[in-house]
Ligand binder design. Structure first.
Ligand SMILES: Cc1cc2nc3c(=O)[nH]c(=O)nc-3n(C[C@H](O)[C@H](O)[C@H](O)COP(=O)(O)O)c2cc1C
Length: 214
């Protein structure tokens, strides 16, 4: 069984990308969208030292049990202000702190795939953040994929005239609303002469590699 976790909006780009990897593994999987519940933050209370479980009783502990049972882990998060979003970070602070005491690493050597999503498509900051947590829990990172997401400005209704918004990365603002094309996961990075890979191909390849590793 593989576990897939998205720290992005429900049914939006991170979730779609994580599920693309999961589907390609051909294995049974459990999927969690962290958007479905609140995730409390780490208080560094040391309550997890002997049990390797957080004393805060929210959905996180159920997900941790699934991660420990799983043969592989796919984790995706969006970039908010040049780093992993707070939801994803709150999740990993508690997972990584509770699962690395006394030389006890319950996630050690599990193959893991990282999906980093950002409005502009350069998702290195969020990928670096997730990498740190994978390293600290000794998850074996087998692939990491940068995905161009969808700024909320595409659907806020004002993106085409807003000089502070994400659409300024792609258009001269103001732009005609009808000229704005909302990016879709399947339209990203079409193969070009300089050999840039289709992100869907990359996500599916990651699923295939994960299948081989388990
Ligand atoms: C509060 C906030 C901050 C963001 N900061 C960045 C950023 O620094 N760089 C970037 O490229 N995209 C940024 N984005 C865009 C998101 O990464 C993008 O909307 C992504 O698709 C969100 O993932 P989701 O579609 O799975 O929810 C930001 C979005 C929000 C809501």
């Amino acid at each position: 069984m593989i576990v897939g976790i998205s720290a992005g909006r429900k049914e939006k780009v991170t979730e779609q990308a994580v599920k693309t990897v999961l589907e390609e593994t051909d294995e049974p999987y459990e999927f969690y969208s962290l958007s479905s519940f609140e995730i409390l933050t780490c208080n560094a209370c040391n309550g997890c030292i002997n049990t390797n479980r957080c004393v805060k009783d929210d959905k996180l502990n159920e997900i941790v049990e699934t991660m420990i049972e799983a043969d592989g882990i796919v984790f995706g998060a969006p970039e908010y202000w040049d780093g992993m979003n707070a939801k994803g970070r709150a999740f990993w602070e508690r997972v990584a702190f509770s699962l690395r005491h006394n030389e006890n690493y319950p996630l050690a050597d599990k193959p893991g795939v990282i999906v980093g999503v950002s409005g502009d498509g350069y998702s290195r900051c969020v990928i670096k953040d997730i990498n740190n947590f994978f390293d600290d829990t000794k998850i074996n990172t087998i692939d990491q994929i940068e995905v161009r997401g969808e700024y909320a400005c595409f659907s806020c209704g004002l993106g085409h005239i807003c000089s502070a918004g994400g659409l300024t990365n792609f258009y001269e603002i103001p732009v005609e609303k009808s000229d704005v094309i909302t990016p879709e996961l399947c339209e990203q990075y079409p193969e070009t002469e300089n050999d840039e890979k289709d992100v869907l191909v990359e996500l599916k390849e990651a699923g295939q590699v994960l299948r081989e590793k388990i």
